[in-house]
Write a protein of this length. Sequence first.
Length: 57
Amino acid sequence: MSGQQKSKAKGEQAKGKVKEAVGRMTDDERLEAEGRAEQAKGDARSAKEKAKDAFKH
């Protein structure tokens, strides 16, 4: 996994976790859902990069 893509995926996951937590604390369902969506996007990016790496070797 390229370093840039890996850090981008981790950043999206972390940002999503923060949004979800803030949404939960403030009872903001929209923000909580956005956080979960961002985490999923980061997870998907990470999985894509891992698959690329698996086919390289």
